[in-house]
Design a protein. Sequence first.
Length: 295
Amino acid sequence: EKMATTFDRGTTTDFLETETADGAGASASASRRNGSYLSVVKMAGPFMLVAGVFLYSYTLYIALSRLVYPTSVAPFFSPRTPPGDAADAGGVQGVVRCVLMDSILLSVFVTQHSLMAASSVKTLFHRAGLGAILRPFYVFCTCFAMQFIYHFWEPTPRHTLWSMSMEGGVVFYGMVLLHGLCWVSIACSVFFIDYLELVGIKQLFYAYYEMGDPIGIKAAEQQYLFLHMRHPIFIAPLLLLWAVPVMTFDRLMVAVMVPLYLGWGSSLDRWDVAYVRDQFKKKTEETLLANGKVN
């Protein structure tokens, strides 16, 4: 039982070394360029500070305006009689055209999100001595892709799979409460796994002060988890996409494709589950101890 639930640090370390061999090897081969690279980082200190503040603000703006608003605000509080959309002009053909256009836009996001996370891209950045800017550049491109998708998105507000009239009803307020709880859960999860490191801001400052890669100071188990699922959030987005009073065809496409992409990009195993379970148990015991509920 102990072997089934305890994380094998030796096995994990070997796995991490194997999985990150390209990046680590590239970093080692680029060590002779570190001196000049660090000099550039030092000279770019003020710019990096501005870049960090901009990236922090930009990600929050994208999260609120391109995620929270269209996902949870507009479906509940936008007018029930929306203006005509591009799909109205062509009937069924118009709907098909809009859905095809939106699917192309989503493929742009999937392509950007997947290709930039490929090991070959990471190796390229490390070999160039630019490993510190990989994560912030990746996050910036992701935000830009979301902005691009939002700008060219073709909605189908008059063409729905279901539409429930429940303004002021129990179901309506229940869904609003559910969306609020989901977003709180997502926000807590993001900050618990280190928001500044997730969006790349910490990498910039660690590079400036020559402190290495911030991911390197995390537990081996957490690094192993990040290799399999960088942002472990799945159930909340699933509820946010499906628990709506009006399901338009363009939203239906997102509600189907996003969970499929999240599932495809995840490769969690029993070691990840054991680590998360142990951490949850540990945090629960610490909380109870702090509140004087455990002797």
